[in-house]
Every structure is written in C-alpha cells, then in structure tokens.
Design a protein around this ligand. Structure first.
Ligand code: FNR
Length: 365
C-alpha cells in the first residue's frame, strides 16, 4: 500500500495496535467535541493563494530557539511509545533527527532520558516535564535532561490532574507488565496512593506524585533552576500567555493536549491568534493539535506560529513501521508542506503572511 497522507498511516495503525493501546492513543476527553474541532477548524480556514511569484526554489528551513531545522514541524511529547512499537521513543527520536526536526520526549516514556539520548544522539531533543509534589524528583529529572544534552524544558501546564478519557476507563487501560515508565525506575516511592486515579495508564506512584497545587510561582522556580530555556505547553488564553512572559518563559506551545484534558476548550488553531497578538513579539509561539496536513502547517504559520508539532500522527507512523514508519510519515508531511508553499505562492516560510488565510465566515455572506 502506498501511504500518501496521515490518514493512511492511521488506518494501518488501527489494524496493528491492540484495542486498548489504540483507544489510549486516539481518545480525547469527554464527548471528544474538541478532539474533532482540532482538525475541523483547520478546514474552516481558507488559503488565499498568490500566483506568478516564482516558486522554483522552495525553502522550508527555519531557526527555533537557536536550533537550525529543515522545516517547522516537530514531534510532540506523548507517553508510552513502546506501546506502538518496540523501537519506542528511540525510534521516534531518530526519525525526527533524520528529518531535521525536533523531538520532545515525554516524562512518561517507556525509554529513559539517558536511553533516548544514547539512541538518538544527533537529534535535537527537548524534555517535557511534569512537576511533582516531591520537588527533588522534579529537580533530578531536569538535571538528567540537561546532562543528556536536551536543549529545552517543556513544562506541561494543562495537566494538574488527568482528563477523563472514557474508553481508557472502560478498557481499564494500564501499561502492560513488560513495559515500564523508565524515568521513574529506581526512584523511591514515598506516600504511594493506589486509588482509581491510576486509571489512564499512569501507575499509582507517578499519578500520586503529580502536583495539583502548582502555580506560576513554580514556573519562576523552574526557570531559575535550569540553564535551559523553559517552554510552557498548554496555553489557550492571552491571559496565560502574558503570565508566561512575565514569569520568564522562552516560548509557548498553544495546545489543548490533543483534546485529552477538558472537552469543549477551543481548538488550538482557534486559540492561536489571541496568544500571538498578546505575546508574539516577545516569545516564540508554537502550536500542536490536529495537524495532519501541509496546509495545516501553512495556516498555523500564517496565524503567527513559528513551528508546529504532531502527537498522534507520529504514533501512527511508529505503529506502522517503527523508526522507518515515522520517517515515511514525516516525509509525506514535508512534501505536502512544500507543495502547499509552492501553490500558495511562497518560496520560503517568511513569505507566508497573515492575509494569505481567511476564515470561512469571510466567504459565507
Ligand atoms: C499526549 N500528549 C502529552 N502531552 C504531554 O505534555 N505529555 C504527555 O505525556 C503526553 N502524552 C500523550 C499521550 C498520547 C497518547 C497523546 C495522543 C497525546 C499531548 C501531545 O503532546 C500533544 O499535545 C497532542 O498529541 C497534539 O495533538 P495531535 O497532534 O495528537 O492532534
């Protein structure tokens, strides 16, 4: 079968993944209204192409936080990637590196920070962090990431607790016994709680360690703790964007966690313009959520994002064929972006302007 779009990878992934893993990957919170919205709203934005502008040389290169990239798409952090394929996070990270992209490692990974660093030494890697009740545990994670040559800390702010994904509850989803949350190996478990919060695949210890008391003060603490730039992931409002600037963050990922936390929040692409307007001149603003096509990347950039990330799409690639599957998926997306740029009249990313997109409502008079 020839894979020509993300949906082809997804279809194949559906046939190879166990039901509970598939449900864990694909689900959103609640009725999954926002899950659908994440993709749908991209469709409601139209591209206003310009022609006769010499598009013989398409250049997708960009620089993000001092890192040279071949194109403005990276891989978002997602938990437990060995559920998709034995190559897990290592394979996914190598694929990102070979594509000239960035890989964000989830804290809740099935390979440790050090294992991923060894498996993909040449990939530009960022580390996604949750803050734990035990601050020394958080400090250890940050320092391990620094030592392993990760280049930024991505603090996820939208998960003080985990959202309710109905199929995970129905499936009683948990990590199969042959896999483990590798970053927590050998860490002493104080005050273990073994209640139903462990549902959603996080073992009881880890979920009991998540700190719901977290506030922006802790962001200031983290910014102080590390020499790496801190990026906050999960911003959906101008108010939080302004706070991210105030508390010393280097960047923002506009995200609703793949619609896995609260249902009926805006699609990421809906929230993007207000964040860009509020802080876009001061901080680097990026986006994830619902990106499956080159024209989605184009629209996010036109609305002010400097880079986008894919979560599930990479998991589908990984499930299909490990590292090679992710490489194939990324090359489909990159080609699609190049074609979109050429057909919209842009040689390079800086040619993409805000007036090259318009909302559906502009036309529906
Ligand atoms: C996630 N996401 C996520 N985010 C995070 O900060 N830490 C994590 O451990 C995880 N884990 C996770 C698991 C799975 C299965 C999914 C699908 C997602 C959210 C992820 O980083 C990203 O925000 C979304 O996946 C982006 O949306 P799309 O590309 O999946 O539509």
């Amino acid at each position: 079968m020839v894979f020509v779009c993300v949906d082809d990878f997804e279809k194949k992934a559906h046939s190879v993944l166990e039901k509970s893993a598939l449900d864990y990957y694909r689900s959103g919170a609640g009725e999954q209204y926002t899950l659908n919205l994440n993709r749908e709203v991209f469709r409601r934005i139209r591209i206003r192409p310009r022609f006769l502008r010499d598009v013989s040389n398409i250049d997708t290169r960009c620089k993000v936080l001092g890192i040279d990239l071949k194109w403005p798409l990276g891989i978002a952090p997602s938990a437990m990637q060995k559920l998709a394929h034995p190559e897990g996070e290592g394979g996914n990270a190598r694929a990102a590196g070979n594509a000239g992209s960035i890989y964000i490692l989830s804290t809740l990974s099935t390979m440790s920070i050090e294992e991923v660093a060894a498996a993909a030494p040449d990939t530009n890697k960022w580390f996604q962090l949750y803050v734990y009740r035990d601050r020394s545990l958080t400090e250890q994670m940050v320092h391990r990431a620094e030592k392993a040559n990760f280049k930024a800390i991505v603090l996820t702010i939208d998960a003080p607790i985990f959202g309710q994904r109905r199929s995970d509850i129905r499936n009683k989803f948990s990590l199969p016994p042959h896999l483990h949350l590798a970053n927590f190996e050998g860490i002493k478990a104080d005050g273990v709680r073994t209640d139903e919060e462990a549902i959603s695949g996080i073992n009881a210890y880890v979920s009991s360690q998540f700190d719901p008391t977290l506030t922006w003060k802790d962001v200031a603490w983290l910014v102080n703790l590390t020499r790496l730039p801190v990026i906050v992931k999960g911003v959906l409002t101008r108010e939080d964007a302004v706070l991210a600037r105030e508390f010393g963050c280097a960047g923002i990922i506009v995200s609703n966690h793949g619609a896995r936390q609260i249902d009926t929040v805006p699609a990421s692409i809906e929230a993007l313009p207000e964040v860009v307007k509020a802080v876009g001149n001061d901080l680097i603003v990026m986006l994830d959520g619902g990106v499956t096509q080159g024209n989605d990347i184009f629209k996010a950039l036109a609305l002010g994002a400097k880079m986008v990330f894919v979560g599930r799409a990479a998991l589908w690639g990984l499930a299909c064929n490990g590292q090679k599957g992710v490489e194939d998926l990324l090359s489909v997306l990159k080609k699609d972006l190049e074609i979109t740029l050429a057909l919209a009249g842009c040689q390079k990313l800086s040619d993409i302007k805000g007036d090259m997109v318009a909302y559906e409502s502009t036309y529906a008079k």
